[in-house]
Ligand binder design. Structure first.
Ligand code: HSE
Length: 413
């Protein structure tokens, strides 16, 4: 029998306890022995829960119990998750975590400690919730050169954008609805500002390159400036706007970003709606593969944690080749990334055509009825070239005491 502990009895932690109970027989069969939950660490008591008799408040009980082989970390955040996880690994215990903040910030060190101690630090649930993506990267796709990973990696923002797209909601109303349904936190910053997606694409990029990726090096923009008007143009153009985390790898160089992107119906991520996540992986031999499913939620995420528990149980005596080294992966400047640009401009195209053509070159023009503005879709150019053109256009307009660019959304069309 393998004895395990869960640290943090919140949504995911209680989900792990539930999956362990409900799928007891299948888990025992896969793990090769019964998996018994011995402790649940939390500051709170849960007198009416099925784990009431296993609640402990002192981390040392887990750290010092030699019977505990595997520890699940579902506390979230960095403190005390980081010191607790490190102490568990140092004590020779395997760790499975759902905590992307922990993996993105301290993954390199924790992976190194795990290797040194001959145990495993596993984190399938940290990206894409219940969607298998970490294990496919280190198992099924291990013979591939990964060229691109682009995904909708955050369910909350995808729900908000889908509401704006399909129901014409404003950002504020769609966010309120997401909060009422329990998808968005009261403080939604980590989701809507793109920080959650940034950590996830940093983890996936590190998995793909085998090197440490500093998430702070990844250009990150959220969805707070996307409006219902943008979706009116998108509808006319047969496009949609999605929050992408994306990484392209070629010749040792990596371009990575998090930003809202305009895409067409033929993009495999176009139909990923509501709280679902979708991750597109392109390998040099594989071509394109799509991973789709529940990117968050209690039982889907807990299911991924339980798969890590089983993986650790099957490999109690060896450290698997999972993760990345401490060698640093440089991320190219966002100025070098290439997109087409959807740009909304004040005034009428008839009056601005000359400046637009002179500064942006060939563009496609989109006009909505009854608006004192128009939009253009530029040809592909680098972000640096676009910024220079935008500054030139705004200066030309200001010189005539006129308004310039109102909105810009990168387009992968
Ligand atoms: N807030 C995250 C999301 C939870 O909406 O996807 C899963 O990481």
């Amino acid at each position: 029998m393998i004895k395990i502990a869960i640290m943090g009895y919140g949504t995911i932690g209680s989900g792990v306890a539930e999956v362990l109970e409900q799928n007891r027989d299948v888990i025992a069969k896969q793990a090769g022995q019964e998996v018994e939950l011995k402790y649940v660490l939390d500051l709170r008591e849960f007198p009416d829960s099925p784990v009431a008799d296993r609640i402990v408040h002192d981390f040392k009980v887990i750290e010092q119990d030699e019977e505990i082989n595997i520890v699940v970390e579902t506390m979230g955040g960095l403190n005390p998750a980081y010191p607790f996880v490190k102490a568990c690994l140092l004590a020779g215990k395997h760790v499975a975590t759902s905590n992307k903040a922990l993996v993105a910030a301290y993954g390199t060190e924790l992976l190194a400690v795990a290797r040194e101690k001959g145990v495993n630090f596993l984190f399938e649930a940290s990206v894409g919730g219940g969607i298998p993506i970490i294990r496919p990267l280190y198992r099924c796709l291990m013979g591939e050169r990964i060229e691109e990973i682009t995904g909708i990696l955050n369910g909350t923002t995808n729900f908000i954008l889908a509401k704006m797209d399909k129901e014409g909601e404003s950002f504020e109303n769609a966010l309120k609805e997401a909060q009422n349904l329990g998808y968005a936190e009261r403080n939604p910053e980590a989701d809507v500002e793109g920080h959650d997606t940034c950590r996830k694409i940093a983890i996936l990029t590190a998995m793909a390159t085998g090197r440490e990726v500093n998430f702070e090096d990844i250009y990150t923009e959220g969805i707070t400036r996307i409006t219902d008007i943008d979706f009116k143009y998108a509808e006319k153009m047969g496009t949609s706007v999605k929050l992408f985390g994306s990484s392209r790898m070629a010749g040792g160089k990596v371009n990575a970003f998090v930003a809202p992107v305009m895409i067409q119906k033929n993009n495999p991520l176009y139909s990923v709606n509501d709280v679902f996540n979708g991750i597109m992986v392109k390998g040099n031999m594989l071509g394109t593969s799509m991973f789709y499913g529940s990117g968050a939620g209690k039982l889907p995420t807990a299911s991924a944690v339980v798969a890590d528990i089983i993986e650790a149980a099957q490999n109690l005596e060896r450290s698997l080749a999972v993760g990345w080294s401490s060698e640093k992966q440089a991320i190219e400047s966002m100025d070098l990334a290439r997109f087409r640009y959807f740009v909304r401009v004040a005034g009428s195209y008839r009056n601005k055509e000359e400046d637009i053509k002179r500064i942006f070159g060939k563009v496609e023009v989109v006009e909505l009825y009854g608006m004192d503005e128009f939009a253009v879709l530029t040809a592909e150019m680098s972000e640096g070239e676009f910024k220079a053109a935008a500054v030139a256009y705004d200066s030309a307009e200001q010189a005539r005491s006129d308004y310039g660019i109102k909105q810009m959304i990168r387009a992968m069309i």
